[in-house]
Design a protein around this ligand. Structure first.
Ligand code: ATP
Ligand code: MG
Length: 241
């Protein structure tokens, strides 16, 4: 089996008349957490949306588990065992937390059919999910919605988890909860691709890292190497980790 679960080579994406991605090369090793960093507008969300087929790559290749997925429709890509949590979280505001999770659990018609041990594990990671189980998800706070969104993505095991800025707008205590949850997911062997702006979060969790600027990957390597090299951080991100 390849050690690369996901590999983008020379990916270009146009949105309408705008040329946004200019030949993205990105590798997500199996069993690792890969951080995608970069300034606002660098093209991180566009990269994730292109992987999921929400924007079509105009050029280049996207291989998942050895298979070309660049021209597949989004539902087909998701069925290859990829869970995606978009920047706006993508939860159903009018449905209860339970119903939100049920929709993500293939084949379960009610909570009794969701795998009990996995549900208990999720409740342990995100107590708010259990506490607000019967509440409409739209009534929860931003941080609680974020937890529901991540819980939806992990309600069933997937080969790859792709999450756009899970820490956005969260209080420091909640970020610590989220970090603990991702640490557990990592320990369980999940492959994860995370977009992050929170450097504390990125540094605590990342195994490998890719930095984008202006629609290209301008650096790729280990998180540890970047965390230890302040000059590199300055030149890539304009800040210190
Ligand atoms: N629907 C769209 N139409 C036109 N341009 C877009 C659209 N979506 C994104 N862009 C442009 O593409 C570029 C990359 O945007 P993208 O959302 O991928 O950045 P990002 O790295 O995720 O930024 P952020 O950190 O702010 O979330 C930006 O210049 C943005 O203005
Ligand atoms: Mg973004």
């Amino acid at each position: 089996m390849s050690d690369k679960l996901l590999e983008l080579s020379g990916v270009h994406t146009h949105i309408g008349a705008y040329h946004i991605l200019h030949g993205v090369d990105l590798c997500v090793p199996r069993g690792q957490l890969t951080m995608l960093l970069g300034r606002n507008g660098a093209g991180k969300t566009t990269t994730l949306r292109t992987i999921m087929g929400l924007w079509q790559a105009s050029q280049g290749s996207i291989r998942f588990a050895g298979q070309e997925i660049a021209h597949m429709a989004t539902p087909t890509i998701a069925r290859q065992s990829i869970a995606y949590v978009p920047e706006n979280m993508g939860i159903f505001a009018d449905l209860t937390v339970e119903q939100n999770l049920l929709l993500a659990a293939r084949g379960a018609a009610h909570a009794g059919q969701m795998e009990a041990a996995r549900l208990q594990w999720i409740f342990g990671l995100f107590p708010a999910v259990e506490k607000f189980w019967h509440y409409p998800a739209g009534k929860l706070s931003g941080g609680q919605k974020q937890m529901v969104a991540v819980a939806r993505a992990i309600v069933e095991p997937r080969d790859l988890l792709i999450i756009d800025e899970p820490s956005k707008g969260l209080a420091p205590a909640i970020i610590d909860n989220m970090i603990a949850a991702f640490e557990q997911l990592k320990a369980a062997g999940s492959t994860i691709l995370l977009v992050e702006q929170n450097i504390h979060f990125a540094q605590r969790l990342g195994d490998s890292v890719a930095v984008m600027d202006d629609g290209r990957i301008v650096h790729a390597g280990s998180m540890q190497e970047l965390a230890e090299d302040r000059e590199l951080q300055q030149s890539l991100l304009g800040l210190a980790l």
